[in-house]
Design a protein around this ligand. Structure first.
Ligand code: BGC
Length: 763
């Protein structure tokens, strides 16, 4: 027995010695650690959680890593013999997406469902977005993940993109600054972010094969600009390349995009990872510096290993990629020895989501002082299936969050002790009960990324409406839309209202108006819908987006005037879908043109970004196209005056200051939006381009604040393809500061004495 014990101790000492002689990550240099790896280990390090084809010991290690945070999207390869811990990577933009339950534990692991990205952008409040990021980063940390796969920040090129809800805006400055604030917040908790999807993942149809055909100018000014701002102002740990091809090449295989633009020009020092199974050629991906393949396929592992063995993939290439993966791992909480509590403060975070959602809700219409609700309102009649069980807190797919509960509008009203008219509520309760079997059946077979079950609206008959408009003092109607990863939205139904919805709006408005009562419409939507045909019907319209798990409470806080709405649209609401500049070049029923080439289908295999830089309001303002609601638009319960705009040059920066005064009767916040108009020069230019923005503090009635907005001379530049350079012509620039792109109360002129120019490397 004693002999056996001594043998075991001896073996242990030998293996500890062997390990202590091996370079350990963090103690030895990365180069020494990498030099100690076998070729198999190197091929594993650049692949993610793939276990196929690995030896059994490696497979076991990966399985253990994947079990650390069940439901996380991925992990890097652990190598304990070299002191390398796994980095756990987990979605997503509206909060951490992990499994809420585990087989081996009675505990629950719910995460907070925060508002969707679009709502965060609609706050135009970088401090608020940063605070939401802090809360999400804290949950990431406390639940044991190392990198949050967020923010989603592609440009909302077309209202039908299925992932627009995860994204921020049609404008690169608003999208870039919002993403940078988000990144700063999350990373302040000591965990990483992965800004995604770099770049031009602007449609979901055939997303892993389609080719985005985009001009150099549109790329630089629109589709890369937002990423550039976030890289420079947010300093994200990682960047995730997109699924699609860009001008013929997969983004994860494009050395100009990754090496020249992202790293050389913008100075990005972090790691680049692929989207899940993105790209087709792992050797190209390695060569261009797409350091990590997620989740890693057996084929990529085999190809990389055999090319390493034959020498056709130089070790220096893979070593450089592994070096950046190790740099990331060294920053992770897991490597630093942090022990997750699995107990983030969900109550505190529920408050964060409740309050932040109120600030991104946009008031589109408010006539006859319909809102805020008067004290005399005793009872409201609640219409629309989305007011009840179908109320949507967030979108589907990897942007979804497994939250413990969703407060719908009905609950929000009852939490605020606002009685709901009973006959209407009873009709909806019966409808939901009757539909339950259908909903359950759908949910049982529904794929993870498919939208939730859609129940058609019910139409109350004349007698029902007579009862509810007699019993209630006001009607609320919620119109809802949901979407998710892998699918684009459809023109019919997703963008346009259904006939039933139009009838519901018309009938309820008629009945309540005849009874001398008001109607408020709440839009619980993932993206832009048609509003022009029906917006004259109700007295007030609120866009609540998908406001997170406390959504019902947030909406009621705004309805009651506890919070004064200060959100502004981060995109345009056009009159008709046909008005959208990319309408003909985006997958939809509207753009069903014949195939242009024998084997390639337009808007499926490839999409021409023919509108160039004229995306969103750049198009509508320049070509004088009327819209339903313009970019940057949003009303308040109070009013503001703009005065005393000054623009001065400080070195290479421009500092604009403007006084904003609350001229109304209640406290409120205002967003100042600064647009520039360039002098006539060689390049055609949009009429107005957002360059900076700022939000006031809560201004009391009669209170004023001087807000300052700073931007660089180079922000006035456009990209000249003929010289591959950014150019800001000398001359007079009009600086407009307004409350939407169509409402500009104050302007100033700034003279750029000398032409500003900067050569860029590129394709
Ligand atoms: C999505 C990414 C996500 C990843 C991991 C992909 O399908 O496009 O945004 O981070 O899955 O879940």
């Amino acid at each position: 027995m004693k002999k056996k014990f001594l043998v075991i101790v001896g073996v242990l000492i030998i293996s500890i010695n062997a390990k202590s002689q091996l370079p350990q990550l963090g103690k030895a240099s990365n180069a020494q650690v990498i030099a100690a790896m076998t070729l198999e280990e190197k091929a594993q390090m650049v692949n993610g959680a793939n276990t196929h084809g690995y030896d059994s010991a490696s497979s076991l290690l990966l399985k253990q890593a994947k079990n650390l945070v069940p439901g996380a999207a991925g992990t890097t390869m652990p190598l304990p013999r070299l002191g390398i811990t796994p980095a756990i990577l987990s979605d997503g933009p509206a909060g951490l997406r992990i499994n809420p339950k585990r087989n081996d534990s009675p505990e629950t692991y719910y995460c907070t469902g925060f508002p969707i990205g679009t709502l965060l952008a609609a706050t135009w409040n970088q401090d608020l977005v940063q605070n939401v990021g802090v809360a999400m980063g804290n949950e990431t940390l406390e639940y044991g993940a190392d990198v949050l796969l967020a923010p989603g920040m592609n440009i909302q090129r077309n209202p039908l993109c299925g992932r627009n809800f995860e994204y921020y805006s049609e404008d690169p400055v608003l999208a870039g600054k919002t993403a940078a604030a988000f990144v700063r917040g999350v990373q302040s908790q000591g965990v990483g972010t992965s800004i995604k999807h770099f770049a031009c993942n602007n449609q979901e149809t055939n997303r892993s094969m389609t080719n985005a055909i985009v001009s150099q100018r549109a790329l630089r000014e629109i589709y890369l600009k937002n990423f550039e701002i976030t890289v420079k102002e947010g300093n994200p740990w990682t960047v995730m390349t997109s699924y699609n091809k860009l001008n013929g090449r997969y983004t994860s295989e494009d050395s100009i995009l990754i090496s020249t633009i992202l790293r050389q020009q913008w100075g990005f020092k972090g790691m680049v990872m692929s989207d899940w199974d993105g790209g087709t050629n792992p050797i190209s991906q390695m060569l261009v510096g797409n350091d990590l393949l997620q989740p890693g396929k057996k084929k990529s592992y085999d190809t990389i290993l055999s090319c390493l063995k034959s020498g056709s993939l130089p070790s220096s290439v893979i070593d450089a990629n592994i070096n950046l993966i190790l740099e990331l791992i060294k920053k992770t909480p897991r490597f630093r020895g942090f022990i997750p509590s699995n107990r983030p403060d969900l109550k505190a975070h529920a408050l964060v989501t409740r309050q932040s959602a109120t600030e991104g809700i946009v008031l589109l219409k408010n006539v006859n002082e319909a809102l805020p609700l008067k004290k005399s309102i005793q009872k409201v009649a609640l219409f629309g299936v989305y007011s009840y069980d179908l109320f949507t807190a967030g979108g589907t797919g990897s942007g979804d969050v497994n939250k413990a509960y969703i407060t719908n509008l009905k609950q929000g009203l009852s939490n605020a002790s606002i009685p709901i008219e009973q006959s209407t509520e009873a009709a909806y309760n019966k409808y939901f009960n009757d539909s339950l079997p259908k909903i359950k059946k759908y949910n049982a077979t529904k794929k993870w990324n498919q939208p939730s079950y859609h129940l058609p609206e019910i139409l109350p008959n004349e007698t029902d409406l007579m009862t509810s408009s007699t019993n209630a003092d006001l009607a609320l109607i919620t119109i809802g839309r949901n979407s998710g990863e892998s699918y684009d939205r459809k023109l019919q139904y997703d963008f346009l209202l259904t006939d039933d919805e139009t009838k519901l709006l018309t009938n309820v408005c008629n009945a309540f108006h005849q009874a001398g009562k008001k109607v408020v419409v709440i839009l619980n939507i993932c993206g832009v819908i048609e509003t022009a045909s029906w917006k004259n019907l109700p007295d007030a319209i609120l866009v609540a987006w998908q406001p997170g798990q406390e959504g019902g409470n947030s909406i009621v806080d705004v309805l009651k005037g506890i919070e004064n709405p200060s959100g502004k649209l981060p995109m345009t609401f056009p009159i008709k879908y046909e008005d959208v500049p990319s309408a003909k070049n985006f997958p939809s029923e509207y753009a069903t043109e014949a195939d242009e080439t024998k084997d390639k289908k337009k808007n499926v295999d490839y999409t021409n970004y023919k509108e160039g830089i004229y995306v969103g309001y750049r198009h509508y303002t320049t070509f004088d196209k009327p819209v339903s609601y313009p970019f940057g638009y949003g009303l308040s319960y109070t009013s503001f005056k703009y005065s005393n705009l000054k623009v001065k040059q400080i070195g290479d920066n421009l500092l604009a200051s403007v006084t904003i005064s609350n001229t109304g009767k209640v406290a409120g916040k205002e967003v100042a939006e600064l647009y520039s108009t360039a002098p006539k020069g060689k390049l055609d230019k949009p009429k107005l381009e957002l360059r900076a923005f700022a939000k006031t503090k809560l201004l009391q009635p009669a209170e004023s604040q001087i807000v300052e907005m700073i931007f660089h001379k180079s922000d006035l530049a456009s990209f000249d393809e003929s010289s591959s350079s950014w150019v800001a012509d000398a001359g007079e620039y009009i600086i407009s500061v307004g409350t939407s792109v169509e409402n500009i109360p104050t302007k100033a002129v700034f003279k750029l004495e000398k032409k500003w120019e900067k050569k860029e490397l590129g394709w």
